[in-house]
Design a protein around this ligand. Structure first.
Ligand SMILES: C[S@@+](CC[C@H](N)C(=O)[O-])C[C@H]1O[C@@H](n2cnc3c(N)ncnc32)[C@H](O)[C@@H]1O
Length: 155
């Protein structure tokens, strides 16, 4: 079931999400609902992530993402999974990025609580994780068109 429409996070917002998560070289990132793969690509190309996994349900977007990763010869570091994000094992994740809806976050929450290891970080663009207390909330107001709010949660 689709949990959110495709609306990409602007590049500067993606960079802020990964900075807020303190994504480090050698870590693994999951983007749940990866759209056009921009977050997994920046995680590997700019932040030196060891691995990045994008999960995408939409057939066309999955194919486009997979082709892009293959063309860039990044398939050793980036994997795109064609699956419902609610069905994916997240136990390898150091960082999880989300740009879904609050209702989707609510559905995902039990999986995050079940799978994420101590020290893992979740960064959600614009939509809170109901019932969790954010470690940091960052408002991005300048040079972004309209304002964006990032919620960072540390497990
Ligand atoms: C708002 S976009 C975010 C794209 C990207 N994460 C970003 O921030 O630029 C949400 C994406 O989630 C995907 N999506 C929605 N429901 C999903 C589900 N159940 N499983 C996997 N992907 C899903 C949509 O197809 C869409 O590409």
């Amino acid at each position: 079931m689709s949990l959110a429409p495709f609306v990409p996070s602007p590049p500067e917002v993606v960079r802020s999400m990964l900075q807020l998560a303190e994504l480090k070289p050698g870590e693994t990132l999951y983007d749940l609902g990866c759209g056009d793969a921009r977050i997994v690509l920046m995680a590997v190309q700019e932040f030196g992530a060891k691995a990045a996994v994008g999960v995408e349900l939409d057939d066309g977007r999955f194919k486009d993402c997979s082709a892009k990763i293959r063309d860039l010869h990044l398939d050793d570091k980036i994997k795109i999974i064609h699956e419902d994000l609610l069905k994916v094992d997240l136990s390898e994740a150091n960082v999880v990025t989300l740009y879904l809806l609050t209702s989707a976050n609510e559905k995902l929450k039990p999986n995050l609580e079940r799978y994420l290891k101590n020290g893992a970080r979740v960064v959600s663009h614009d939509f809170e994780m109901p019932g969790w207390k954010a470690t940091t909330v960052k408002e991005l107001t300048e040079n972004y068109g309209h304002s964006h709010t990032l919620y960072m949660y540390k497990r």
